[in-house]
Design a protein around this ligand. Sequence first.
Ligand SMILES: Cc1cc2nc3c(=O)[nH]c(=O)nc-3n(C[C@H](O)[C@H](O)[C@H](O)COP(=O)(O)OP(=O)(O)OC[C@H]3O[C@@H](n4cnc5c(N)ncnc54)[C@H](O)[C@@H]3O)c2cc1C
Length: 447
Amino acid sequence: MKQITIVGGGLVGSLLAVFLAKRGHAVHVYERRSDPRKASVYAGRSINLVVSHRGWTALKAAGVKEAVERIVVPVHARMTHDRDGKLTRLPYSIDGRPIHSVSRGELNKVLLSEADKYPNVTVHFDHRCTSVHLDTATCTFHNEENGENVAVTADVVFGADGAPSAVRQEMMKGRFNFSQEYIEHDYKEIAFPPNADGTPQMDPNCLHIWARRYFMMMGLANQDGGFTGTLFMPHSGEFSFDGIKDEKDLKRFFEAHFADAIPMLPDLTEQYFRNPQSNLAIIRCGPWTHTDKVALIGDAAHAIVPFYGEGMNAGYEDCKVLNDLLNDHGDDNWGVVLDAYNAARKPNGDAIADLSLRNFVEMRDLVADPRFILRKKIEGRMQAKHPDKWLPLYSQVKFTDTPYVDAWNEGLRHDRIMEEVLAMPDIAERWESEEVEMKVLGLLEQV
Ligand SMILES: Cc1cc2nc3c(=O)[nH]c(=O)nc-3n(C[C@H](O)[C@H](O)[C@H](O)COP(=O)(O)OP(=O)(O)OC[C@H]3O[C@@H](n4cnc5c(N)ncnc54)[C@H](O)[C@@H]3O)c2cc1C
């Protein structure tokens, strides 16, 4: 049994606590915020997230799948909204398998409660990590309530403290690679309320996308019949957050680009000017571990942009892989386990960062592009007829445990093949022909 400190009791830290508690370790989670289960801590911040296959695999391995299943909404398809309000439904999978929408706050509360069930877990809220001595696994925490500082020495420290990670800051003082890349887009949340009778205003089993090339909005269902909308737009320039200065600008902008959403957003102006505008960055770093003492996990190791909806799922997969490595090597070989963890996960962290950027382009530009829709149709047909030979990149990422790095390489191969297929004469008319099918199968042998 080891003494383990987890810095950060967010989505990943709380699940990691469950995994390590099940193994019998003495787990102390230090979270800078107050307990979200106490009333209204989450008020005004209702981001929801997509849980997909990898997330579920990890939740199941930790024994908390059923508890999370109670708070999700299944999402079977993308629903694109064009400028005229025309809707197009694009299923996520050919066999009807859904991804799931969940409230970030509710998920965090459920996982903290699951962790609390173990007598060997203690969660210390209102404790902010201010420094870490890496060689001795000693963290100093500032108690936000009484102003005192406390130093805690453990056998192993996990930095599950998200993108701004204090643990990573400490690692950066040594031989450590780090890059942070802001994208030009920021985001802002706009909530779509339910109808007066509590029913949803749009199909709740779809992720709604208003793709407008330079910017986009998406909407994901909440359990209460409402949707959380997220507007992604450049920080500055034409079509940007900077370009919307007052109510008139906002009205003009929504009328031109998201007209069908206006009747569903009665308090759009109030929300738009009240809700914060947040930026988005990708953090790549490494190594994620320091000797047998310290490891980064979740966003602290790999903060990505949210366009694949995989940041949390990747963090959950980190937890599952770590648990598998502890199964393989035992709970007394932390040097071996942490080295293997870094070797297994770091390339996948980089791959999902690349994938998240790629999906940004896909969602923003391509979902509204007829060639993209045609490609999806051809891929869907190939998958239906030859499931052993063709699994689209999106399905590999969202519906399998294929390592992200392998999925990414296979996706690049698919791009090369589909480029040739889409260049075939009259492809829009004969995409369902045997000739096209044979062409894809032939290219699969060569490319
Ligand atoms: C708009 C948006 C949409 C997203 N959609 C999805 C999605 O659909 N699916 C998906 O899988 N992912 C999604 N993500 C990504 C997801 O939110 C993150 O990957 C996930 O929250 C990472 O969890 P984490 O626990 O590693 O970090 P965080 O959720 O950031 O949690 C870190 C915790 O550490 C605490 N902390 C920070 N510093 C300290 C300190 N010094 N001392 C003590 N505690 C500290 C914080 O208070 C927090 O509770 C989205 C992200 C954004 C921004």
